[in-house]
Design a protein around this ligand. Structure first.
Ligand code: SF4
Ligand code: SF4
Length: 266
Protein backbone atom coordinates (compact mmCIF):
# COMPACT_ATOMS: atom_id res chain seq x y z
CA UNK A 1 0.00 0.00 0.00
CA UNK A 2 1.45 3.38 -1.04
CA UNK A 3 1.44 6.18 1.49
CA UNK A 4 2.50 9.80 1.68
CA UNK A 5 4.37 10.95 4.81
CA UNK A 6 4.43 14.71 5.31
CA UNK A 7 6.71 16.19 7.96
CA UNK A 8 5.50 19.71 8.70
CA UNK A 9 8.67 20.49 10.67
CA UNK A 10 10.69 20.14 7.45
CA UNK A 11 8.40 22.26 5.26
CA UNK A 12 9.78 25.75 4.56
CA UNK A 13 6.72 26.98 2.69
CA UNK A 14 8.47 27.26 -0.69
CA UNK A 15 5.26 26.30 -2.59
CA UNK A 16 7.38 23.98 -4.74
CA UNK A 17 4.97 21.06 -4.32
CA UNK A 18 1.98 23.14 -5.39
CA UNK A 19 3.88 24.39 -8.45
CA UNK A 20 5.22 20.92 -9.25
CA UNK A 21 1.64 19.65 -9.44
CA UNK A 22 0.79 22.34 -11.97
CA UNK A 23 4.01 21.66 -13.89
CA UNK A 24 3.07 17.99 -14.16
CA UNK A 25 -0.63 18.31 -14.91
CA UNK A 26 -1.43 21.65 -16.59
CA UNK A 27 -1.60 21.12 -20.36
CA UNK A 28 -0.60 17.47 -19.93
CA UNK A 29 -2.91 14.56 -20.61
CA UNK A 30 -2.20 11.55 -18.39
CA UNK A 31 -5.05 9.32 -19.45
CA UNK A 32 -6.40 6.97 -18.26
CA UNK A 33 -5.71 8.70 -14.92
CA UNK A 34 -6.16 12.40 -15.63
CA UNK A 35 -7.02 14.88 -18.30
CA UNK A 36 -5.16 18.22 -18.19
CA UNK A 37 -5.55 20.37 -15.10
CA UNK A 38 -6.64 23.97 -15.78
CA UNK A 39 -3.95 26.57 -15.10
CA UNK A 40 -6.03 28.37 -12.46
CA UNK A 41 -8.46 27.39 -9.70
CA UNK A 42 -7.27 23.81 -9.11
CA UNK A 43 -4.91 22.77 -6.31
CA UNK A 44 -4.58 18.99 -6.46
CA UNK A 45 -1.64 19.62 -4.14
CA UNK A 46 -2.33 22.70 -2.03
CA UNK A 47 -0.10 24.43 0.46
CA UNK A 48 -2.32 25.70 3.27
CA UNK A 49 -0.92 28.67 5.14
CA UNK A 50 -1.98 29.68 8.65
CA UNK A 51 -0.79 32.54 10.82
CA UNK A 52 -0.59 31.76 14.54
CA UNK A 53 -0.38 34.25 17.40
CA UNK A 54 -0.40 38.02 17.57
CA UNK A 55 2.30 40.58 16.74
CA UNK A 56 5.15 40.39 17.64
CA UNK A 57 4.83 36.69 18.49
CA UNK A 58 3.61 35.34 15.21
CA UNK A 59 4.38 32.07 13.48
CA UNK A 60 3.47 31.18 9.93
CA UNK A 61 2.84 27.50 9.41
CA UNK A 62 2.40 25.55 6.19
CA UNK A 63 0.53 22.33 5.63
CA UNK A 64 0.66 20.55 2.24
CA UNK A 65 -2.80 19.15 1.58
CA UNK A 66 -4.01 16.75 -1.08
CA UNK A 67 -6.28 13.75 -1.68
CA UNK A 68 -5.70 11.43 1.26
CA UNK A 69 -5.86 8.28 -0.94
CA UNK A 70 -7.97 6.80 1.83
CA UNK A 71 -8.02 3.08 2.65
CA UNK A 72 -11.80 3.31 3.09
CA UNK A 73 -12.65 6.19 0.75
CA UNK A 74 -15.95 8.01 1.11
CA UNK A 75 -15.78 8.99 -2.57
CA UNK A 76 -15.71 5.37 -3.79
CA UNK A 77 -18.87 4.68 -1.75
CA UNK A 78 -20.63 7.62 -3.39
CA UNK A 79 -19.85 7.00 -7.06
CA UNK A 80 -18.35 4.35 -9.32
CA UNK A 81 -16.43 7.15 -11.04
CA UNK A 82 -13.87 6.65 -8.25
CA UNK A 83 -11.80 3.53 -7.86
CA UNK A 84 -8.93 2.36 -5.71
CA UNK A 85 -5.91 0.82 -7.37
CA UNK A 86 -4.17 -2.21 -5.91
CA UNK A 87 -1.31 0.02 -4.77
CA UNK A 88 -3.79 2.18 -2.81
CA UNK A 89 -3.96 5.27 -5.03
CA UNK A 90 -7.53 6.50 -5.48
CA UNK A 91 -8.39 7.62 -9.01
CA UNK A 92 -11.29 9.65 -10.33
CA UNK A 93 -11.92 8.20 -13.80
CA UNK A 94 -11.96 11.18 -16.18
CA UNK A 95 -14.42 9.48 -18.55
CA UNK A 96 -16.92 8.57 -15.82
CA UNK A 97 -16.53 12.03 -14.23
CA UNK A 98 -17.84 13.82 -17.30
CA UNK A 99 -20.80 16.08 -16.65
CA UNK A 100 -21.00 15.07 -12.97
CA UNK A 101 -20.48 18.28 -11.04
CA UNK A 102 -21.94 16.63 -7.93
CA UNK A 103 -18.73 14.57 -7.59
CA UNK A 104 -17.04 17.67 -6.16
CA UNK A 105 -19.07 17.02 -2.99
CA UNK A 106 -18.18 13.31 -2.77
CA UNK A 107 -15.15 13.92 -0.56
CA UNK A 108 -15.18 15.15 3.06
CA UNK A 109 -11.68 16.59 2.54
CA UNK A 110 -12.72 19.03 -0.19
CA UNK A 111 -10.02 17.89 -2.62
CA UNK A 112 -12.16 17.48 -5.75
CA UNK A 113 -12.34 20.31 -8.30
CA UNK A 114 -14.61 21.09 -11.21
CA UNK A 115 -13.01 21.70 -14.59
CA UNK A 116 -15.46 23.94 -16.43
CA UNK A 117 -13.81 23.81 -19.83
CA UNK A 118 -13.51 20.00 -19.92
CA UNK A 119 -16.84 19.49 -18.06
CA UNK A 120 -15.29 16.99 -15.64
CA UNK A 121 -14.51 16.62 -11.94
CA UNK A 122 -10.80 16.15 -11.17
CA UNK A 123 -8.40 15.50 -8.30
CA UNK A 124 -4.90 14.31 -7.39
CA UNK A 125 -3.98 10.98 -8.97
CA UNK A 126 -0.88 10.49 -6.83
CA UNK A 127 0.84 10.93 -10.23
CA UNK A 128 -0.19 7.33 -10.95
CA UNK A 129 1.32 7.68 -14.46
CA UNK A 130 4.75 8.24 -12.85
CA UNK A 131 4.27 5.64 -10.12
CA UNK A 132 3.53 3.08 -12.86
CA UNK A 133 7.04 3.77 -14.15
CA UNK A 134 8.62 3.36 -10.72
CA UNK A 135 8.93 7.11 -10.21
CA UNK A 136 7.75 9.37 -7.39
CA UNK A 137 4.75 11.72 -7.57
CA UNK A 138 6.13 14.98 -8.96
CA UNK A 139 5.41 17.01 -5.80
CA UNK A 140 7.41 14.53 -3.70
CA UNK A 141 10.26 14.47 -6.21
CA UNK A 142 10.35 18.28 -6.24
CA UNK A 143 10.41 18.78 -2.46
CA UNK A 144 14.02 19.61 -1.63
CA UNK A 145 13.66 19.52 2.16
CA UNK A 146 12.38 15.96 2.51
CA UNK A 147 9.09 17.20 3.95
CA UNK A 148 7.18 15.09 1.41
CA UNK A 149 7.88 11.41 1.09
CA UNK A 150 6.09 8.57 -0.69
CA UNK A 151 6.44 4.84 -0.70
CA UNK A 152 5.26 1.54 0.71
CA UNK A 153 3.60 1.70 4.13
CA UNK A 154 6.11 -0.84 5.52
CA UNK A 155 9.02 1.49 4.72
CA UNK A 156 7.44 4.17 6.88
CA UNK A 157 6.16 2.01 9.73
CA UNK A 158 8.10 3.95 12.39
CA UNK A 159 6.86 7.34 11.14
CA UNK A 160 3.30 6.12 10.71
CA UNK A 161 3.26 4.93 14.34
CA UNK A 162 3.81 8.54 15.48
CA UNK A 163 1.83 10.30 12.77
CA UNK A 164 -1.59 11.93 12.68
CA UNK A 165 -4.13 11.97 9.88
CA UNK A 166 -6.59 14.65 8.84
CA UNK A 167 -10.23 14.29 9.96
CA UNK A 168 -9.88 10.81 11.52
CA UNK A 169 -13.49 11.11 12.67
CA UNK A 170 -14.60 10.65 9.03
CA UNK A 171 -13.49 7.01 9.25
CA UNK A 172 -11.95 7.02 5.76
CA UNK A 173 -8.51 5.86 7.02
CA UNK A 174 -6.27 8.28 5.11
CA UNK A 175 -2.98 7.13 3.62
CA UNK A 176 -1.49 10.60 3.95
CA UNK A 177 0.31 10.73 7.30
CA UNK A 178 1.41 13.93 8.99
CA UNK A 179 4.30 14.39 11.39
CA UNK A 180 4.62 17.52 13.56
CA UNK A 181 1.25 18.94 12.59
CA UNK A 182 1.07 22.54 13.83
CA UNK A 183 -0.47 22.90 17.27
CA UNK A 184 -0.90 26.00 19.43
CA UNK A 185 1.64 28.08 21.35
CA UNK A 186 1.73 30.48 24.28
CA UNK A 187 4.45 33.12 24.20
CA UNK A 188 5.21 36.17 26.31
CA UNK A 189 7.87 38.41 27.77
CA UNK A 190 8.86 39.21 31.36
CA UNK A 191 10.33 42.53 32.44
CA UNK A 192 11.28 44.65 35.45
CA UNK A 193 9.32 47.94 35.37
CA UNK A 194 11.60 49.63 37.94
CA UNK A 195 14.81 48.89 36.06
CA UNK A 196 12.92 49.21 32.76
CA UNK A 197 14.68 46.11 31.54
CA UNK A 198 13.80 42.56 30.54
CA UNK A 199 14.23 39.71 33.03
CA UNK A 200 16.36 36.88 31.75
CA UNK A 201 16.28 33.41 33.33
CA UNK A 202 12.85 33.69 34.99
CA UNK A 203 11.35 30.25 35.56
CA UNK A 204 8.06 29.95 33.66
CA UNK A 205 5.82 26.98 34.41
CA UNK A 206 2.75 26.07 32.40
CA UNK A 207 0.16 23.62 33.65
CA UNK A 208 -2.88 22.52 31.73
CA UNK A 209 -5.31 19.81 30.67
CA UNK A 210 -4.75 16.13 31.54
CA UNK A 211 -1.92 16.83 33.97
CA UNK A 212 0.13 18.75 31.41
CA UNK A 213 3.18 20.52 32.92
CA UNK A 214 6.06 22.23 31.14
CA UNK A 215 8.81 24.52 32.30
CA UNK A 216 11.11 26.97 30.53
CA UNK A 217 13.34 29.97 31.26
CA UNK A 218 12.92 33.44 29.79
CA UNK A 219 15.70 34.04 27.25
CA UNK A 220 18.05 36.99 26.83
CA UNK A 221 15.18 39.02 25.32
CA UNK A 222 12.96 38.15 28.31
CA UNK A 223 10.90 35.97 25.97
CA UNK A 224 9.42 32.58 26.71
CA UNK A 225 7.60 30.11 24.46
CA UNK A 226 5.55 26.96 24.96
CA UNK A 227 4.89 25.21 21.65
CA UNK A 228 2.89 22.25 20.35
CA UNK A 229 0.08 22.80 22.87
CA UNK A 230 -3.42 21.41 22.61
CA UNK A 231 -6.46 23.65 23.09
CA UNK A 232 -7.56 23.87 26.71
CA UNK A 233 -7.35 25.89 29.89
CA UNK A 234 -3.89 26.66 31.26
CA UNK A 235 -2.21 28.29 34.26
CA UNK A 236 1.07 30.17 33.92
CA UNK A 237 3.43 30.82 36.83
CA UNK A 238 6.50 33.04 36.66
CA UNK A 239 9.20 33.02 39.34
CA UNK A 240 12.49 34.91 39.46
CA UNK A 241 14.89 35.53 42.34
CA UNK A 242 14.19 38.90 44.01
CA UNK A 243 10.72 39.25 42.42
CA UNK A 244 7.24 38.34 43.58
CA UNK A 245 5.83 35.36 41.70
CA UNK A 246 3.11 36.06 39.12
CA UNK A 247 0.32 33.60 38.41
CA UNK A 248 -2.08 33.86 35.47
CA UNK A 249 -4.96 31.46 35.79
CA UNK A 250 -7.73 30.29 33.48
CA UNK A 251 -5.96 31.04 30.20
CA UNK A 252 -8.43 29.65 27.66
CA UNK A 253 -6.31 28.56 24.71
CA UNK A 254 -8.30 28.17 21.51
CA UNK A 255 -5.75 29.79 19.20
CA UNK A 256 -2.06 30.53 19.63
CA UNK A 257 -1.60 33.31 22.12
CA UNK A 258 0.90 36.11 22.71
CA UNK A 259 0.20 36.78 26.37
CA UNK A 260 2.19 40.02 26.14
CA UNK A 261 4.60 41.77 28.50
CA UNK A 262 4.38 40.61 32.10
CA UNK A 263 5.85 42.99 34.73
CA UNK A 264 7.63 41.42 37.73
CA UNK A 265 7.53 43.44 40.94
CA UNK A 266 10.03 43.28 43.77
FE1 SF4 B 1 7.03 22.38 1.89
FE2 SF4 B 1 8.38 20.66 0.31
FE3 SF4 B 1 6.07 21.75 -0.51
FE4 SF4 B 1 8.28 23.28 -0.32
S1 SF4 B 1 7.96 21.53 -1.73
S2 SF4 B 1 6.19 23.82 0.36
S3 SF4 B 1 9.25 22.38 1.50
S4 SF4 B 1 6.34 20.35 1.23
FE1 SF4 C 1 -11.63 9.98 -1.84
FE2 SF4 C 1 -11.51 12.30 -0.60
FE3 SF4 C 1 -10.29 10.16 0.48
FE4 SF4 C 1 -9.31 11.34 -1.74
S1 SF4 C 1 -9.48 12.26 0.30
S2 SF4 C 1 -9.61 9.11 -1.40
S3 SF4 C 1 -11.18 11.98 -2.79
S4 SF4 C 1 -12.51 10.43 0.18
Amino acid sequence: MKVFVIDIAKCNGCYGCQLACKDEHVNNDWMPYAKPQPDTGHFWMKLNEKTHGQVPKVKLEYTPYTCMHCADPACVKKSDAFYKREDGLVILDPLKAEGKKELVDACPYGVIYWNESLNIAQKCTGCAHLVDEGQLPHCVDFCATGALRFGEAEEFAAEIAQAEVMLPEQGTRPNVYYLNLPKLFIGGEVWDPIADDIVEGAKVTLTGPNGFTAETLSDDFGDFWFRQLNAGTYTLKIEAPGFQPVVKEAIALTDSLNIGDIPLNK
